[in-house]
Design a protein. Structure first.
Lengths: 84, 403
């Protein structure tokens, strides 16, 4: 799999270097986890860290200063289309 | 022949995979192979397979900057890493391999009042827990490492440092090979190009693995796959406090003078040492965005080189030879995650992030003891996965820092 240099597609400003942005994880505690305490532990400490396509938030710190959602293949850094 | 040429390594590759093993270890990095080695040498357990999907040492164990030290910030970590420092000191003798282990001393520079407090605290907790670290002033720093610009280019003045005489380095691939060789000599089977693609479960217990070469039954399965641990753990629905981040490093051409110590700076987020060949080896912080891509780029090089030059101005005259990347299993509290997982028959060794090369001997030794006896040794009990649910995290970000 060819690695792409990680460049973020800001919906407002276009394709920019990753150094302009701050990363934001979207926490995703599984629904199957129903115990309240276990959900708290998961939310505080655990990560999905999926080795494949991931959805995530980015903040354009040195740009439009807006948050937006991106879909990316974590194996290659390729930008993917957002689900409709 | 010179010291860079390895004598023929005696790796006895097995002919065929057996249908079942007492222990299956996923991942032929330092941690997986050291665990196999100590199972065989300390506990007589040799019905063990190590499954490596690529080549042994091809992960982070062959990509790191090889710094070995015990100057961590919390007692549990100092004791654990000191054990590893002690094992490394005798590893050449034990394995009869030239691992190029070299004690250099490590300076951890403070550039602010807060930094001074941190390095004083490090020296105090190290001394109290059996590691040797002392606080030194700028004059002493200048004597230990005359190349440091104590004004820090006028921007990062050097206020003081903690000095850890045991700080050392070793040739990483030889460490991997020495453990593989020692384990294989006693009958452990190590397979390359054998990837694990599934875990077999029966009544809530892991009973084997699915591999690219077919299924293998196992009494116990240990995941030692570096940055890929989430992929293995998710096969049994296990959630981990791990995020995978790339870490880059680079090496320059030969610096004609001797640069003796290892120099690290939290303020600058970087560290430098000299390889046996004379190259300057420089590392820095992880890439901020999690990723599994082995991409290395110019922005890192620019940022890291610029900062390290303020401390070590002679770097200006050197050229970058190579740059590379590893993908690191970063834990939420910046400490390792070792041992039982709550899933029967399934253990992990992870959370080695950017700091796990130094831990290979002690990590392997302690996990082997756990697998052999079924009991978690005291030395690694604080690093069990269940610490997060018990609200006993081992927060030590200020010591894990990048090396
Ligand atoms: C640039 C860099 C600098 C570093 N500097 C230092 C340092 O100075 N000091 C220090 O102490 N630490 C350092 N580290 C960290 C250190 O390298 C790692 O923590 C350590 O090597 C981890 O060893 P490991 O055996 O757990 O993982 P690895 O060495 O990564 O081994 C894991 C193995 O598992 C294999 N694998 C993965 N998935 C599968 C599968 N499904 N089936 C079979 N096999 C699989 C991989 O191919 C790999 O060979 C650095 C890391 C990097 C990247
Ligand atoms: Zn923007």
């Amino acid at each position: 799999m060819a690695a792409h240099r990680l460049r973020i597609h800001c919906p407002h400003c276009g394709v920019r270097a990753v150094e302009e942005f701050a990363y934001g994880e979207i926490p995703a505690t599984p629904d199957a986890l129903t115990d309240v305490d276990a959900r708290d532990v998961d939310r505080a400490f655990m990560h999905s860290n999926h080795e494949g396509p991931v959805s995530e938030r980015w903040f354009h710190t040195f740009g439009c200063r807006r948050w937006f959602t991106v879909r990316r293949d974590a194996r290659t850094n390729e930008m993917l289309p957002l689900p409709e | 022949m010179n010291e860079f040429v390895e004598r023929a390594i005696d790796l006895r590759w097995p002919a065929a995979i057996k249908p079942a093993y007492d222990v299956v270890i996923i991942g032929g990095g330092g941690h997986g192979l050291a665990t196999a080695y100590y199972l065989a040498t300390r506990h007589g357990i040799t019905n063990v397979a190590v499954l490596e999907r690529s080549y042994i040492g091809g992960g982070n164990s062959g990509r790191n900057t090889t710094i070995i030290r015990a100057n961590y910030g919390i007692p549990e970590a100092v004791r654990f890493y000191q054990r590893s420092v002690d094992l490394y000191a005798h590893l050449e003798q034990e394995t009869d391999r030239a691992l190029m282990h070299k004690t250099k001393g490590l300076l951890w520079i403070a550039h602010s009042e807060a930094g001074i407090r941190q390095e004083r605290a490090r020296a105090a907790v190290n001394t109290a827990c059996g590691a040797t670290t002392e606080y030194v002033d700028p004059a002493a720093i200048g004597e230990i490492c005359p190349q440091i610009d104590l004004t820090g280019g006028g921007v990062w003045p050097v206020y003081g440092a903690s000095y850890h005489p045991a700080g050392s380095t070793a040739r990483h691939d030889r460490v991997v090979w020495a453990y593989a060789e020692g384990a294989m000599r006693l009958g452990v089977d190590v397979f390359q190009r054998t990837g694990v693609i599934g875990l077999r479960m029966e009544r809530g217990r892991v009973t084997g693995v699915e591999t690219s070469q077919g299924p293998i039954a196992a009494g116990v399965v240990l995941s030692a796959v570096g940055g890929h641990v989430t992929t293995i753990a998710s096969m049994v629905g296990l959630r981990l406090p791990i995020r995978t981040h790339p870490l880059q490093a680079f090496v320059t051409n030969r610096y004609a003078q001797a640069f003796h110590p290892i120099v690290a700076s939290s303020g600058l987020g970087g560290y430098a040492s000299q390889t046996a060949k004379g190259e300057m080896l420089i590392g820095a912080e992880i890439d901020r965005a999690p990723s599994y891509a082995y991409d290395s780029g110019y922005p890192f090089l620019q940022h890291c080189a610029f900062r390290m030059m303020t401390l070590l101005p002679f770097l200006r005259d050197l050229r970058v030879l190579r740059q590379w990347t590893g993908v690191c299993d970063m834990s939420t509290d910046y400490s390792p995650v070792m041992g039982l997982t709550g899933v029967d028959g399934f253990l992990v060794t992870t959370g080695w992030g950017t700091w796990g090369f130094k831990a290979i001997p002690a990590g392997g030794e302690q996990l082997a003891a756990l697998i052999a006896t079924g009991r978690t040794p005291d030395l690694i009990a604080p690093f069990s996965l269940d610490r997060f649910a018990r609200d006993r995290t081992m927060a030590d970000r200020g010591s894990a820092g990048t090396h």
